[in-house]
Design a protein around this ligand. Structure first.
Ligand SMILES: [Zn+2]
Length: 128
């Protein structure tokens, strides 16, 4: 199977955009191979240095931590309100939080995330 040799922490990283010498483009996962349909060259994303791709993966994980933490917080709020016997109040509270996040913070957050990833390196790899 493909990707067996890929380190576990790199398996679910952001997609890699590979541009073939002939101009064909494809989005690949780290460790994936791709044979270009137009010119037949085979590319292997394993040629990207793992530690460099690891830096991208680390950025992605860092930026995912906040939304994940907020979800846990929201869940904690619901549980706390349910225990206090005020489930309805808890739901309103969480709905309010979720709306605030979606409308105000998420667009801002996404922009920062995209900028952080855009700063990362591009690689030149050789076909197989
Ligand atoms: Zn090609």
């Amino acid at each position: 199977m493909e990707g067996d040799s890929v380190p576990r922490n790199l398996r679910h990283g952001p997609p890699i955009t590979l541009t073939c010498d002939c101009g064909e483009r494809r989005q690949l996962r780290y460790g994936e191979r791709w044979t270009c349909e137009s010119c037949g060259k085979t590319w292997n994303t394993n040629r990207i240095p793992a530690e460099q791709y690891g830096a991208i993966r680390a950025t992605q994980i860092r930026y995912r931590r906040i939304p994940a933490a907020l979800s846990v917080l929201a869940l904690g709020c619901i549980v706390a309100f349910v225990i206090a016997g005020k489930a309805f109040g808890g739901l309103i509270m969480v709905a309010l939080l979720a709306t605030t996040w979606t409308m105000f913070f998420r667009p801002f957050y996404r922009r920062r995330y995209r900028r952080a990833l855009a700063d990362l390196p591009t690689w030149k790899i050789k076909p197989e």
